[in-house]
Design a protein around this ligand. Structure first.
Ligand code: ARG
Length: 241
């Protein structure tokens, strides 16, 4: 009887060891799926350029990618509290964010644009926003840009869609948002257009905890590989053309 038990225990031990040896490492990825085409919900699940990109990187790193959707301004706190391992959310590398987290090499260049109601476009520069009521999204870089302009009334929204709706309902004069999502929302909502104004360039990158050097190196290597093996270009074609 004792021998049987021993053999059984050994069996369980061997089995569990081999299972854990084969189980892939999981990487928890935080995003905010309200930012098409980078991330949005499709049948209730996060999808988009960033999601496909990080999945491709996961294949190279031989890791399982688990995407966790949350509010944008909760992403970096969740990263620091180890609720997620990385954040990919069309997130711009900024000096302020660099104080608390690190960023991989950039994977996309973007800029802030001004969305207005069609036919009401008298905006020729960011300075023309002076004296106007402007919508921005809570915690987005657009807020930083607009906050630097004198004498502007800022309305803050939780998500870009809410800002777009407020603009359509005449509650604000314009919204400032990242270029690609702005194009996306304008294409999907009639009666809006993007003002012909050049905004400063920003770079999107993946955020990682400051002390997670190994993960950072792996991510940068994987990013280089998706750029050289053609996957990155495939995704650009899929989402931006
Ligand atoms: N690029 C802007 C920023 O870093 C906006 C990003 C918003 N992303 C999102 N998934 N909601 O602040």
């Amino acid at each position: 009887m004792k021998k049987v038990l021993k053999t059984m225990l050994m069996g369980i031990l061997v089995l569990s060891l081999s299972v854990s040896a084969f189980a892939k490492k999981k990487i928890y990825v935080g995003t905010n799926a309200e930012f098409p085409p980078f991330e949005y919900l499709e049948n209730g699940k996060p999808a988009g350029f960033d999601i496909d990109l990080v999945e491709e990187m996961g294949k190279i790193m031989d890791c399982d990618i688990k995407v966790v959707d949350m509010a944008f301004d909760g992403l970096l706190p969740a990263l620091q509290m180890k609720k997620v391992d990385v954040v990919i959310a069309g997130m711009t590398e900024t000096p302020e964010r660099l104080k608390t987290v690190s960023f991989t090499s950039p994977y996309y260049k973007a800029s802030q644009v001004i969305v207005v109601r069609e036919g009401e476009n008298n905006i020729k520069s960011f300075d023309d926003l002076k004296g106007k009521k402007i919508g921005v999204m809570l915690g987005f870089t657009g807020d930083i840009v607009v906050s630097k302009i004198d004498n502007v009334k800022i309305e803050r929204y939780n998500a870009a869609y809410a800002g777009i709706m407020a603009l359509k309902a005449n509650k604000i004069d314009a919204i400032v948002l990242d270029s690609e999502p702005a194009k996306n929302f304008v294409a999907q909502n009639g009666g809006l257009e993007i003002a012909d104004v050049e905004g400063a360039q920003e770079e999107y990158a993946i955020a990682v905890r400051k002390n997670d050097q190994k993960l950072m190196e792996e991510l940068n290597k994987a990013l280089e590989e998706v750029k050289s093996n053609g996957k990155y270009d495939e995704l650009i074609d899929k989402y931006f053309k």
